[in-house]
Design a protein around this ligand. Sequence first.
Ligand code: DP6
Length: 322
Amino acid sequence: MTTARAHANIALVKYWGKRDEKLFLPTNGSLSMTLDGLYTTTTVELAERDELVLNGETQGPEALGKVTRLLDLVRAMAGSKAGARVTSINQVPTAAGLASSASAFAALAGAASKAYGLALDDVALSRLARQGSGSASRSIFGGFVEWRRGERADGLDSHGVPVVPQSHWDVRMLVTVLETAPKSVSSRVGMRRTMDTSPYYPGWIASAAADLVEAREAVLARDLAGLGAVMESSALKMHASMLAARPPFTYLQPASLAVIQAVWAWRAEGLAGFVTMDAGPNVKVLCAATDAEELAARLGALPGVEEVLVCGPGPGLSYEVS
Ligand code: DP6
């Protein structure tokens, strides 16, 4: 029986689109910050057949199927036919669209590989986690993390690499939780539709490699304004490409746009926050640790904002001994 913990991550340069859907190989490299405070703890014990219990509730075939797919990869490596009982707790203060597949598949990759007796290094764990959910490849590592696109058809060179550790930079990611319904288009379906139909998608791809270089340099230099500019551009180009898909779709809700505009107005007054958004309506705001309290208070007072979570850079995958 093995228990592993992995933290959620927020992409500053986004992943949106796969060049190989089966192996989860991305069309472009991405860069993220791992978050403290938001994590998944997963225990794997060998059993007669696969079973998934998430936050105390036994899951049906859809969620279990995704877990079984990852377990099959582990079983193939370990030469085992044993089933596994997977018990997972999502340590996320609210259910509002933040239960992250990234932390879930990173924790599962860690706990399952150990339970089946494999001794995988972090790069191998990142490749494995990637095949559960692309963004999970980044949650194996703490601090700021790059997921390399890679060139190989077998995916061996497509995995996370640490850029700088958790201690490098005292910034905060403020996660605004909005009062809205759960997302209607999954990221998996949304990214495929954008790739297949959006005339803006080639523009997104054309600029992604340069965004990655710019973001990496800004992180290394602790340049908040530089990182903020490229992260807003990456996120908004991604969301613009979805608006131009057929049929069109968007994760932007009226309250999301109100948060973005408020952050921009405060920035013009000298309070520096920078926005990003993923496949859901919640807006995340990057800022200096010293501005976090003021910004969180202002965000919390905006209409439609239910809660604001204040997260610093978080650690990579860890194990609990039982
Ligand atoms: C918008 O990793 O959830 O959050 O690989 O299909 O499981 P799958 O998708 P997922 O997509 C994340 C998309 C994003 C941007 C990002 O995290 O880079």
